[in-house]
Write a protein that binds this ligand. Structure first.
Ligand SMILES: Nc1nc2c(ncn2[C@@H]2O[C@H](COP(=O)(O)OP(=O)(O)OP(=O)(O)O)[C@@H](O)[C@H]2O)c(=O)[nH]1
Ligand SMILES: [Mg+2]
Length: 326
């Protein structure tokens, strides 16, 4: 229990849950994402800050920054469920005006509406974005084609100088566990880079070759040393994009329950039906405690973990936790 917060992850602008049981499109259209973000801000405020900056990130970050200077193009991978929260605050600074491609991976884990909303948002900004699936390989061929075409100028310049062409260099960067290594493996159709369903798998920079004209750099997932936006940190925790030891599973699951209860495509009824637990309390924490009593002999940690892993497996449907700002 963090900060002795007994069942108290409530508050914010709306002291009680507002129910969203209507699953029709009209309700979804009217849903105010900014208001949920505001609530999330208040819910996370009393919690111990979530920070995760393991040794291997500290060790490789400088090396990665140096390597980025050698790239012809940089592929930034984000989690399609939380494209804003998986945006590294220093990436713009590190990349300057280097050619870049934005990849929203885990496309299978969001709805078509989520995907359309983000596609529109980034296209309005003039940002090239590719949706991908690192597990099945969708989007990877398109990605390699785009990387090669964006970087084609390198060899035009080399030729003009009388030099032989060289493979294009593309660096793959992004937050932990967003699917960077998987994307490379799917593209190469070989398990060249270790990938597993937890953050912090890749620990060193690694170059791999794709055909004769593309070189890819796999890199460890990086995060800022201090995450200033704690609402974002909780979303990283919910999506398993940050080390499990950095957060309290019960607190994070309680907030997830409160978010799901509000989301237009989930709502309280879905939670109630799935877990056969009444949502008559005011906080996600109470819900988790009730679930613990019903299924886990009172073990709240187990109950919390069940809700988190159900979300990660899509048991509430595939839903993004963020929509573009209006
Ligand atoms: N459902 C789904 N799972 C994916 C997708 N992409 C990757 N995964 C899974 O997510 C897990 C993490 O993938 P990795 O490739 O290891 O992620 P990473 O970004 O390299 O992670 P770090 O090396 O820890 O930074 C693996 O179990 C993959 O199978 C996707 O598009 N959809
Ligand atoms: Mg990796």
């Amino acid at each position: 229990m963090v900060n002795g917060l007994k069942g108290q992850i409530v508050g914010g602008k709306t002291p009680t849950w507002r129910q969203n049981d209507d699953v029709n499109g009209a309700v979804e259209d009217e849903f105010d994402w900014a208001e949920m973000d505001a609530d999330l801000y208040y819910w996370t405020k009393p919690l111990r800050p979530v920070q995760w900056y393991p040794g291997h990130i500290a060790k490789t970050e400088k090396e990665l920054k140096d390597q980025l200077k050698l790239m012809d193009v940089v592929i930034e991978v984000r989690d399609a469920r939380i494209p804003l929260s998986t945006t590294h605050p220093q990436m713009d600074l590190w990349l300057g005006n280097r050619k870049r491609i934005l990849v929203l991976n885990r496309e299978d884990m969001v709805s078509t509406e989520d995907r359309n909303a983000w596609a529109m948002y980034f296209s309005n900004q003039g940002t090239k974005v590719i949706f991908s699936n690192g597990q099945l390989g969708m989007g990877t061929m398109k990605l390699s084609r785009l990387a090669k075409s964006l970087a084609a100028g390198v060899n035009v310049r080399r030729k003009a100088k009388g030099l032989l062409p060289r493979p294009v260099r593309a660096g793959i960067v992004g937050y932990p566990n967003v699917g960077k290594s998987s994307l490379i493996n799917r593209l190469l159709k070989r398990r060249m880079c270790p990938a597993a369903p937890r953050p912090g798998v890749t620990r060193e920079l690694k170059w791999v070759r794709f055909g004769k004209d593309l070189e890819l750099l796999d890199s460890p997932g990086i995060l800022p040393m201090r995450i200033s936006d704690q609402a974002a940190a909780i979303k990283l925790a919910i999506c398993d994009d940050i080390g499990e030891r950095s957060y309290d599973v019960a607190d994070v699951a309680a907030i997830l329950v409160q978010m799901l209860a509000k989301l237009p495509t989930v709502g309280m009824k879905v939670l109630q039906n799935r877990y056969k637990v009444d949502v008559d309390g005011q906080s996600g924490k109470i819900f988790i405690d009730k679930l613990a009593l019903r299924l886990f002999n009172g073990d709240s940690h187990q109950a919390a973990f069940r809700v988190l892993s159900d979300f990660r497996k899509g048991k509430f449907g595939w839903v993004a936790l963020e929509r573009p700002p209006r």
